[in-house]
Every structure is written in C-alpha cells, then in structure tokens.
Design a protein. Sequence first.
Length: 158
Amino acid sequence: MALHVALVEPQIPPNTGNIARLCAATGTPLHLVEPLGFSLDAPEVKRAGLDYWDAVDLWMHRDWHAFRDVVSRDRCLYFSAHAERSFWTAPYHDRAVLVFGNESDGLPDRIREKHADRLYRIPMLDTVRSLNLATAVGIVLYEALRQQGWGDGPPPHR
C-alpha cells in the first residue's frame, strides 16, 4: 500500500494545486478534508495543478470524522510547526498517511493534542512561524520516499 497525503481544511487554491501536482508526480493519493476554502473548479487550483489532475488519486472527505472513518489512526503521521520531534525521525512506513493542517492555523488544537505522540515538525529558524504548505508537503513526502528507498527510479510503492 502507498504513502498518502492528507490536507485538513486547506484554504489557498494554488497550494492545493501544487500539492496535487506533487502527488501526481510521485503516485501518492491525496485526501482533502472539507471544508475547503475554495472550489476545486477555481482557476487558481487548475492552473497550479496544470493538466495533472486526472493523474491524481483524489479522495474527498466531508469532514474530519469522515476522513477518520476511512483512514485508521495507526496510519497517520501529523506535521505541525508546533511539534517537538523532527520529521527526520518519523516512522515512514509504507502505509503512512502524512497529515497537514491549513495555511492559516495548521492542524486544529484538538488533533495536535490527541495525536501528540505522532506529531512532527520541519526544523527552521525561530524567526519564521511556518513554511508554505506546498513546500512543507514536498519536503516531508520526498523524505518519506527517500527513507523507503526511492532513488533514481520510480517511487517504491508503485
């Protein structure tokens, strides 16, 4: 089974489009947890995703509970600027779902508190609050693929 990426209530259309293109390039399923801050038909989403949307294994979830009905807790790894542990140490198993919050607030407090033992951060200077969501997803996804042995060939899960 493949790595997956999940975005919880994303707000900025181009970020989601860029992440969709990243998922198409790596064969990674993408979960979008509603409410979204935009329509998937928005021109900015389409433009950022280019013509790769058909190559994205897209899963839509009406809310957090619907997502959790489909994805088991033990598969999820959560990423937040508020975490203690570095993403370098996350256990990127081949069924992992990499979960990210939205651009303004990150993961909701209730999720961070409930899953603190599976919460990781990307190290950065204290003078910066957070990274761009699409950048953060790219960093974490490629590190997970690297740890799973993806080098010069296709992702190991395909």
